[in-house]
Design a binder for this molecule. Structure first.
Ligand code: SDX
Length: 428
C-alpha cells in the first residue's frame, strides 16, 4: 500500500494525516489522531464517507456496478461456482481444490442438525409469528446450546462456531417455515447438497418422498451466492460492532439478522414483492412512480436504489435472468414479472431516477423467483439472512483475528441542553 499525506486546517491549526491506499478502490484518510490533534470529531451520520475497517473479502465499485469476492467477479461466481465453494472462498481467501471443497462440504453437512431441545423453543412462538422474529430468537439462543465453541480467542472455537452457523441456518430457516404452516419439522438429509437439503427440509413432508428439482436447486444455490457478502453494509457493520465487544458469534449473527430485517435493507425483498402486488398491473405503474418522486410522500420504490451502486446492481442482472430460468423449469408464469420489467423500464427512463442514479438492486427481482419456487413473502428475508450468514461470519472472523482490533465506539455532535441543576418536584 502506498501512503501519502492529507492536510486539514481546523481550529486555527493545520495537521497532516496519512492517506492509505488499498489494492483497488478509493484511498482513505487516516483520521485516528484527528481528535487528539484538533479536539474535533468528523461528522458522518449514515457513514456515507467513512471506511470502518480494512477488509480483503469483498470489493464493490458502485459506479461501474462491479462486485468482487476475494477478487472474483460475482457474475463468474454465479455462473461457474456454488454456494459451498463461494463460502469456502470467503472464509479462506482462495478457491478450494476438489478435496478441500469435499472436506468443507462434508464438515458443513455434519453440522446441519439442531439440538433437539430447540424444537421445543420453536413451540414457544405463535404459529403466525414472522419467520424473521423466530430466526432472531433461535439464532440468539444458539449460544445456550453450543457454549463449547464460544471462546472467541480460540481459533478452533471460531472455526467450529462458524461452521455451525453456516450449517444450521438452513435447518433453522426451514423449521421456521414448517412451524408457520403447521407441518412437522423435516430433519436434514446428509445425502443431499447444502441447497437440496434446505429445499427438502422446507418443502418435503414425512408422508411422501421429496425429489429435489435440479433447476430449482441450481437457481436457489445461485441466489444464495448472490446474497453471500456485500462489504460493510448495515447488517455486516452491526455484526462487526457487536463482535468488537467480544460478544459470542451466535449473538453477533443474531444482531445482524435483526438489522437485515429492516425494509431499507434485507427486508426490501419482501417489501418489493408486496409493492408489485399493490401495483398489480402495468397501467398502475406511473401512479407509483409519481408517488416515489413526490417529496411529500414517504413511498419509495422498494428494490430500487442503493447506497453504493450508482449503476445497475450486478446481482440484479443475474437475478433477472434467473427468473426466466425458474419460470421455464417450473413452467410457471407470473404477471408480476411483466409488471416488474415494465416498472424498471419506466423508472430508468424517468429523469428523477436517472439523475439520482437509482437502479434495481438485488431485492427487486428476488421475490418473484422465490414466490415461483413456493416461498411465502415472509420467508424472503429469512433466505437473505441464511445466505448472508457466511459473509457475516467471514467478516467477523476477519475482524476478530486482527491483532489491532478494538471495540467500536463512535462519538457524536451533542445538541442537548448544557449542564443545569436539578429542580425539586415541589418547585416544578
Ligand atoms: C440492500 O448496503 C448494502 O450493500 C445493502 C445490500 C446488501 O447486499 O447488503 O445491497 C442489500 O439493502 C439493498 C437495498 C434494499 N433497499 C431498498 O430497495 C429500499 C428502497 N431503497 C432505499 O430506501 C434507498 O435507496 C437505500 C436505503 C437503499 C439507499 O439509501 P441512501 O443511500 O441513504 O440514499 P438516500 O436515501 O439518501 O437517497 C438518495 C436520494 C433521495 O432523494 P433526495 O433526498 O436526495 O432528494 O434518492 C431518493 C431519496 O429520496 N431515493 C429514492 C429511492 N431510493 C433513494 N426515491 C425513490 N425510490 C427509491 N427506492
Amino acid at each position: 500500500m502506498s501512503d501519502n499525506q492529507a492536510s486539514l486546517t481546523a481550529g486555527g491549526n493545520t495537521i497532516d494525516m496519512p492517506v492509505k491506499s488499498g489494492t483497488i478502490g478509493p484511498d482513505v484518510i487516516d483520521i485516528r489522531k484527528l481528535y487528539g490533534q484538533t479536539g474535533m470529531f468528523t461528522y458522518d451520520p449514515g457513514f456515507t464517507s467513512t471506511a470502518s475497517c480494512d477488509s480483503a473479502l469483498t470489493y464493490i465499485d458502485g459506479d461501474e456496478g462491479v462486485l468482487l469476492h476475494r477478487g472474483y467477479p460475482i457474475g463468474q461466481l454465479a455462473e461457474h461456482s456454488s454456494f459451498m465453494e463461494v463460502s469456502y472462498l470467503l472464509l479462506n481467501g482462495e478457491l478450494p481444490s476438489q478435496k478441500e471443497l469435499s472436506d468443507f462440504s462434508r464438515t458443513i453437512t455434519r453440522h446441519t442438525m439442531l439440538h433437539e431441545q430447540l424444537a421445543t423453543f420453536y413451540r414457544g412462538f405463535r404459529r403466525d409469528a414472522h419467520p424473521m422474529a423466530i430466526m432472531c430468537g433461535v439464532v440468539g439462543a444458539l449460544s445456550a446450546f453450543y457454549h463449547d465453541s464460544t471462546d472467541i480467542s480460540d481459533p478452533q472455537h471460531r472455526k467450529i462456531s462458524s461452521h455451525r452457523l453456516i450449517a444450521k441456518m438452513p435447518t433453522i430457516a426451514a423449521m421456521a417455515y414448517k412451524y408457520s404452516v403447521g407441518q412437522p419439522f423435516v430433519y436434514p438429509d446428509n445425502k443431499l447438497s447444502y441447497t437440496g437439503n434446505f429445499l427438502k427440509m422446507t418443502f418435503g413432508v414425512p408422508a411422501e418422498e421429496y425429489e429435489v428439482v435440479p433447476a430449482v436447486e441450481k437457481a436457489m444455490d445461485r441466489i444464495f451466492t448472490l446474497h453471500a457478502d456485500h462489504e460493510q453494509n448495515a447488517s455486516t457493520s452491526t455484526v462487526r460492532l457487536a463482535g468488537s465487544s467480544g460478544a459470542n458469534p451466535f449473538a453477533c449473527i443474531a444482531a445482524g439478522i435483526a438489522c437485515l430485517w429492516g425494509p431499507a435493507h434485507g427486508g426490501a425483498n419482501e417489501a418489493a414483492l408486496n409493492m408489485l402486488k399493490e401495483i398489480g398491473t402495468p397501467d398502475k405503474i406511473q401512479h407509483y412512480i409519481d408517488r416515489a418522486k413526490d417529496k411529500n410522500d414517504p413511498f419509495r420504490l422498494m428494490g430500487f436504489g442503493h447506497r453504493v451502486y450508482k449503476n445497475y446492481d450486478p446481482r440484479a442482472t443475474v437475478m433477472q435472468s434467473t427468473v426466466r430460468e425458474v419460470f421455464a423449469a417450473l413452467n410457471v408464469q407470473d404477471p408480476l414479472f411483466e409488471t416488474a420489467l415494465r416498472l424498471e423500464e419506466i423508472a430508468l427512463s424517468d429523469p428523477y431516477f436517472a439523475e439520482k442514479k437509482l437502479f434495481p438492486n438485488v431485492d427487486f427481482y428476488s421475490g418473484i423467483i422465490l414466490s415461483a419456487i413456493g416461498f411465502p413473502t415472509t420467508m424472503f428475508t429469512v433466505l437473505f439472512a441464511l445466505a448472508r450468514t457466511v459473509g457475516w461470519v467471514a467478516q467477523w472472523n476477519e475482524m476478530i483475528s486482527d491483532p489491532g482490533q478494538k471495540i467500536g465506539r463512535p462519538r457524536q455532535l451533542y445538541t442537548g441542553p448544557t449542564a443545569r441543576d436539578y429542580v425539586p418536584l415541589s418547585e416544578r
